[in-house]
Structures are given as C-alpha cells and as structure tokens.
Write a protein that binds this ligand. Structure first.
Ligand code: SAM
Length: 265
C-alpha cells in the first residue's frame, strides 16, 4: 500500500475509524485508535506498527513521523493523509492530534503469564471507569508491574478514553482478560502472595507480608472486591484513611498498593 489522500468526511475509511469509539466495532475488528506521535513512538518501540496511519495535512515534519510511516508501510499498513476537519471528527476534539494510528489489540492469555518475571502484578475485578483503567495501566508500567489482569465484566482497555489515560503505556503493559472462575483456578499456582484490598480488612497495607511476586487484587469502584475473590487471597489489606473519606479512588489505591509492593524492587 502507498500513501493516499482523503478529504471527504463521509468516506468509508473515515467512518470505519470513527466507529472505533464504539466497543462493538473494536471487538469486531480487533483494533483500536491511538492518538498522537508519543503513542505511536511507544508502539514502535514495542515493535507494534499501525495497521493504518492517519496523518493530518498540517502535520509538521518529524523524524518519528518518518519512522512511523516507514514501519507502517513495512508492515503492509495504509498511510492516509487527511484534513484537519477529518481529524476533529475522528477524535471528537476541537484541537486533535495531527497523527493517529489504528493498531491491533493484544491480550496475553492467562496461562502464558510468567509471574516470576516481575515483582508485582495487578488484578482488577469489574473495573468500570475507562479513566481509572488507563491510569492503572500507566501506573503499573511506571512501577514495573508484570501486567494487568481484568477479571469479569470490565471496561474495554482499548476504548479511546482508556487508551488516552494510559499515555502510551497500553503498548508496554501486558493485558489479560479472564473470568472469575478461571482466575480462581489459576491463582492456586501463584508462587508469591495474593493480596486483596478491602475496606473491612484488619491488616494495613504496610504491615502485611507481601512475598514477591505479589498479585494485588483491586475491587470494583462501587461494590469493592467480592467475597469470592477476597477469600481466595493470602491476606486482605486496607490503606489507612485519616480524614472523612470512606474510600480512595480505585486508581489511587492501586498506585499506593503497587508502590508498597515494589518498594526497593
Ligand atoms: N464501596 C466500595 C467498597 O465498599 O469497597 C468502595 C470501593 S473503592 C472506591 C474501589 C476499590 O479501591 C476497592 O475495591 C479497593 O480495591 C480499593 N480501595 C479504595 N480505598 C481503599 C482503601 N482505603 N484500602 C484498600 N483498598 C482501597
């Protein structure tokens, strides 16, 4: 494929990319949208080339853009030059990024994970907020976690909102989807500590023994960690709260937990 120009907002390719805001379309195509050169640079660093690279006609020359174009062509993808109006329409923003990439989704099967490859892993039960999930993926990357495991009915990590919140870490962190049943079976082989987080736990997160690799379980934003999963943990802990707030935001609590589990790692 070579470079082509699209100027019509009603072009089928443009419609297809816009549809990636919908989970149904992402599930159907197995692709997602990443916006901006920073994201595309992260992807290239991880050996992931875009299936389609959309470049605004007003995009400034940049060595990373040249690299992205070369990688796209080498992988057999399309390069499409589009108008500013098309970028606005696709990103649903007034000041869109001038380079967008359509990438293939990647999930690591549960059985392929190597717990010993990292000091800490994160498992999320029914996370519902895309901003929380994206922030957790970014934080897991920063803390050096092995990956993020999504248990049960979770928000799509490849939604536009979640991907934006990862700031590019969506390409660096292994993401796994599983059911509560499969997780509970797999958990039996975990070589370190499995640590649940609950507001009714007695132990504080600082006092609990966390033997590496730690697997940190976080609960749903409304309902918290279910009894089934909490009772499968070696220990359940609470992060002390000293004011009037009755809980921490899920992503903040995950950040505190993963840094406690990886301190001096
Ligand atoms: N109403 C829910 C409950 O009773 O658990 C609150 C859920 S909280 C907003 C979402 C998740 O963040 C919890 O399931 C837990 O994993 C984590 N979390 C929030 N605050 C926490 C704290 N102080 N200690 C431990 N985990 C916490």
């Amino acid at each position: 494929m070579t470079e082509r120009v699209i100027t019509s907002l009603t072009n089928d390719t443009v419609k297809g990319v816009r549809a990636l805001h919908m989970r149904k379309e992402r599930d159907l195509t197995g692709t997602f949208l990443a916006e901006g050169l920073k994201f595309i640079g992260e992807a290239l660093d991880q050996g992931r080339a875009p299936r389609m690279l959309l470049v605004g006609e007003d995009a400034r020359p940049h060595s990373l853009l040249d690299r992205a174009k070369a990688a796209t062509l080498k992988a057999g993808g399309d390069i499409i030059v589009v108008t500013h109006a098309i970028l606005e329409k696709i990103s649903r923003r007034d000041n869109p990024q001038t380079v967008l990439g359509v990438f293939e989704q990647a999930y690591a099967p549960l059985d392929s994970l190597n717990p010993a490859s990292a000091p800490c892993w994160v498992a999320l039960e029914q996370v519902r907020d895309p901003g929380n999930l994206g922030t957790i993926i970014r934080t897991a990357d920063a803390a050096g976690c092995g990956g993020v495991i999504l248990i049960g009915d979770c928000v799509d990590p490849y939604s536009v909102e979640a991907v934006r919140a990862t700031m590019g870490s969506v390409f660096a962190v292994s993401i796994t989807k599983t059911t509560p049943e499969a997780f509970l079976t797999w958990r039996k082989t975990w070589p370190g500590s499995v640590v649940g987080t609950r507001l009714d736990a007695k132990a504080s997160h600082r006092s609990a023994v966390m033997q590496r690799p730690s697997l940190i379980l976080m609960g749903n934003e409304q309902a918290g960690l279910t009894d089934d999963l909490a009772s499968a943990c070696d220990v359940n802990v609470k992060i002390p709260m000293r004011g009037r707030a009755d809980s921490l935001n899920l992503a903040i609590a995950t950040g505190i937990m993963v840094y406690a589990a990886t301190d001096d790692a």
